[in-house]
Write a protein that binds this ligand. Structure first.
Ligand code: SF4
Length: 268
């Protein structure tokens, strides 16, 4: 199903005339604004009215998702104020100094203070900030074992599996299919590590979105009339280091980041 959080899907609905009537220089720029929640789909005057109606409900759901994330982040910031940050740093085995904890996110330092305020060299949105705070508050600091399992096998994974499929694996496969530099960017911009091919995949690489939460990305190229395939795998300790609901949120945040990069560099 087409998703209003995916700029490439939104672009397919537009007439691609780049007429500028919406105030944006291109249909692609407008699609990106809709995906970010800054514009509504029906603000393109050239869009078929029936289509607008069809996606209205979904668009509202998306907006409420964003609001939910903002609320969750606000609640977590409240919890941060009562947390002993130094003990949390010890539990997670991460640096702590001047009442600031340092978390490595995709190879970049992210600094978080006792009020849950962030500073970082990478742009972080609520879908990533929420899981980082949850990691600091609830993470057990277990060292990954190297044993990979699917999302469904995580604690409560079945509860979140359909969301995970819809918001994470399927859109990421779409980015991989349409943006050939995705894996290159994962390696070089996000400090990924290419690993021995798992599950007979064509590409296997490991990302480290949080210090003890590796994610294995496996991609199978299309072959002999069969479509491509993409799966994410997690260390068997993952749910102890971050609640599964937050792992789903984190993966959604990563996919949003990758989609934006693909869009900026002309994928899709
Ligand atoms: S008004 Fe619609 S068709 Fe024209 S540029 Fe904007 S999105 Fe594209």
């Amino acid at each position: 199903m087409l998703q209003l959080n995916n700029p490439m899907d939104i672009l397919k609905l537009l007439d691609k005339s780049n007429c500028r009537e919406c105030g944006y220089p291109t249909c692609l720029a407008f699609a990106a604004a809709v995906a970010r929640g800054q514009k509504r789909l029906d603000e393109c005057p050239r869009l078929d009215k029936e289509l607008t109606e069809q996606f209205k409900e979904q668009g509202q759901a998306q907006t409420s998702d964003e609001r939910d994330m903002e609320n969750i982040v606000a609640q977590m910031k409240g919890k941060m104020k009562t947390l002993d940050l130094q003990s949390a740093a010890k539990r997670l085995e991460v640096p702590f100094s001047n009442n600031i904890i340092t978390i490595r996110v995709l190879g970049k330092n992210v600094y978080v203070d006792a009020e849950g305020k962030f500073s970082s060299e990478i742009h972080l949105h609520h879908w990533i900030i929420g899981p980082i705070l949850n990691y600091i508050i609830h993470g057990a600091g277990r060292t990954p074992t190297g044993e990979w399992i699917s999302f469904r096998e995580l604690k409560d994974g079945m509860t979140w599996y359909n969301f995970f499929l819809k918001r994470c694996e399927k859109p990421l496969k779409k980015v991989a299919d349409t943006y050939p530099d995705l894996f290159h960017d994962m390696l070089y911009i996000f400090n990924g590590k290419q690993v021995e091919n798992h599950y007979q995949s064509d590409i296997s690489l490991v990302l480290l979105p949080l210090p003890k939460l590796p994610i294995l990305v496996c991609y199978w190229k299309p072959e002999d009339g069969l479509g491509s395939s993409l799966n994410l795998f997690f260390d068997v300790t993952a749910s102890e280091n971050l609640p599964t609901e937050s792992i789903y949120t984190l993966c959604t945040g990563l996919v949003i980041m990758f989609e934006k990069i693909a869009l900026r560099h002309g994928g899709g």
